[in-house]
Write a protein of this length. Structure first.
Lengths: 260, 282
């Protein structure tokens, strides 16, 4: 499904965000991407979505090479890529249901969509997905009246309304309190498994990644440092991901897994 | 520094100070002259049409016609003529001109503001040239537009509508464009990331954020256009301006005062109404 090869991203200011990333995902699984701030996790997701053009390397989704697309092709490809943002990024003045319906815009390209018209099939998909995240009763509430957890659930409903081949979630719970973080992560993983879609989640909370994801990819210094199941990830791996620039610690010091 | 300020003041006064035609001999004379004029304006008087044909039309078809005749009534010992006041018809015409003129300006400003906002303009060259065009349009006052349109399309309220529309489109586009520039780009990105087209992104991410501001600014411009429309009648472009022109021309200063009172009431009512309306949209 997703095939990332030797991806390298250098920003215009000379910072090398990604040195060489190769990831391959062949089935619908929930993958956590962990790494320190600035490790390039967000850049990786933005490159897959086409928001960030890579310097070299290729990204293929279902055999289509995203890195070679022109703007129009990219726009059409984005229909199949749900993006979930840290700050939710709902259109605040629109009701929840309309925000979910924006996920259908790629399939409703006619002039009717300019007037805010979606036919029954689109509305049914949107309502069904709002129900999936348990917010059907909030459908007509304005988005700025929703709580943080509710907003992120609406954003999840928007993403799955795109009927995506892949969901990219960039720090989906970083703006939420610990309790809500667990609930929203649970919802995201559950919904992704229900509809069977490959999901990439950037996340800082290693514990949540262990609990809800099938596979964990650790990125450090622009390279893949770890790629395996949650069981295979031990303190030694976490040291390599989070403390690569520090001298080897004495054994009695707490490992980062105990801290987070 | 103080010398420089004094020099600038002296320089300005030498050009615009009172001349022989002003009959000003002391510092009090201008105030005395104004006092005299206000004395001639009091008590205010209202011009009354002795006979007026009233026709109510709905969608172009005449619904009812009747004649309104003035009558004399005894009001606390003084005979007073009661009837239709032409100033009221003129005030309604002024408000109608302001409504349609503002609407015309909004219709022109909506597409223009998209080109004039930095974040939605398709190309910096288009942005710069639209801004230049707007500055050009804004530097011409409504009254000059009215004079030009009187020459081009003739007399009447429609001329005033054109003058108001073109007179406010420059400023309106500018503040619409600034409203578009203030929106949250993250919400726009999120809609774009769903694969929406440019027009869809505009409808679902830009407009919802900008429309409340658009409405608020439009109401403010409607208010100011009511006041601007007042003066357009002076050059024959409809509204109460013509009556004001007539009264000053015939030195009927008491009738002028009556007209001004009616306008004060109208402007106050519109002001209250529009702030009530604005609060509902923010």
């Amino acid at each position: 499904m997703l095939e990332v090869q030797d991806l390298r991203v250098v920003f215009p200011n000379g910072v090398e965000a990604l040195k060489s990333i190769s990831i391959s995902a062949t089935k619908s699984e929930v993958i956590a991407i962990i790494g320190r701030s600035g490790a390039g996790k967000s850049t990786l997701l933005r490159a897959i979505n086409g928001l960030q053009r890579p310097t070299s390397g290729t990204i293929k989704l279902d055999g289509e090479e995203i890195t070679r697309m022109n703007d129009t092709q990219l726009r059409l490809a984005r229909r199949y890529m749900g993006f979930i943002w840290q700050e939710y990024n709902l259109v605040e003045r629109l009701p929840a249901i309309t925000n979910v319906l924006t996920g259908r815009l790629g399939y409703n390209m006619g002039w009717q969509s300019w007037l805010g018209y979606f036919d029954k099939s689109h509305r049914e998909i949107a309502l069904q997905n709002l129900e999936r995240v348990g917010l059907l009763h909030r459908a007509n509430n304005r988005s700025d009246k929703l709580s943080g957890g509710e907003k992120q659930r609406v954003a999840i409903a928007r993403a799955i309304s795109q009927e995506p081949k892949i969901i990219l979630a960039d720090e989906p719970v970083a703006s939420l309190d610990p309790e809500l973080s667990v609930q929203v992560m649970e919802d995201l993983a559950r919904v992704a498994r229900e509809i069977g879609v490959l999901t990439l989640i950037n996340i800082h909370q290693v514990e949540l990644a262990r609990r809800f994801c099938d596979r964990i990819i650790g990125i450090a210094q622009g390279k893949v440092e770890f790629d395996g199941s949650p069981d295979e990830m031990d303190d030694d791996v976490l040291d390599r991901i989070y403390r690569f620039d520090q001298p080897v610690k004495a054994k009695h010091e707490p490992a980062i897994a105990d801290v987070v | 520094m103080i010398l420089l300020v004094l020099a600038v003041l002296g320089w300005s006064l030498s050009a615009v100070g009172p001349g022989p035609a002003n009959r000003v001999f002391s510092i009090f004379d201008p105030f005395i002259a104004m006092g005299n004029l206000i004395g001639r304006m009091l008590p205010p008087e209202f011009e009354v049409d002795s006979v007026r044909n009233v026709e109510i039309t709905l969608l172009g078809a005449s619904v009812a016609t009747f004649q309104l005749e003035s009558t004399m009534i005894n009001f606390f010992g003084t005979d007073t003529e009661i009837g239709w006041l032409p100033i009221i018809s003129a005030t309604f015409e002024t408000i109608q001109m302001a409504i349609i003129g503002t609407l015309g300006a909004v219709l022109m400003a909506l597409p223009l503001s998209l080109l004039a906002a930095r974040n939605t303009s398709p190309h910096p060259a288009i942005y710069q040239s639209i801004r230049l065009l707007l500055n050009l349009m804004r530097s011409i006052p409504e009254l000059v537009y009215a004079l030009l349109f009187v020459a081009a399309v003739g007399l009447g309220p429609f001329t005033g509508v054109l003058a108001l529309a073109f007179g406010s489109v420059g400023s309106l586009t500018r503040i619409f464009a600034e409203a578009i520039e203030q929106i949250d780009p993250a919400q726009v990105n999120a809609v774009q990331a769903t694969g929406a087209t440019g027009i869809q992104t505009f409808v679902y991410a830009v407009l919802p954020q900008a429309v409340p501001l658009f409405i608020s600014y439009t109401i403010i411009f409607f208010e100011s256009n009511v006041r601007h429309a007042t003066i357009l009648g002076y050059v024959g472009a409809g509204g109460v301006g013509f009556l004001l022109f007539k009264y000053t021309g015939t030195s009927d200063y008491d009738k002028l005062m009556g007209a001004v009172l009616v306008m004060v009431v109208a402007v106050t009512v519109i002001d209250r109404f529009s702030s009530w309306l604005r609060q509902r949209f923010i």
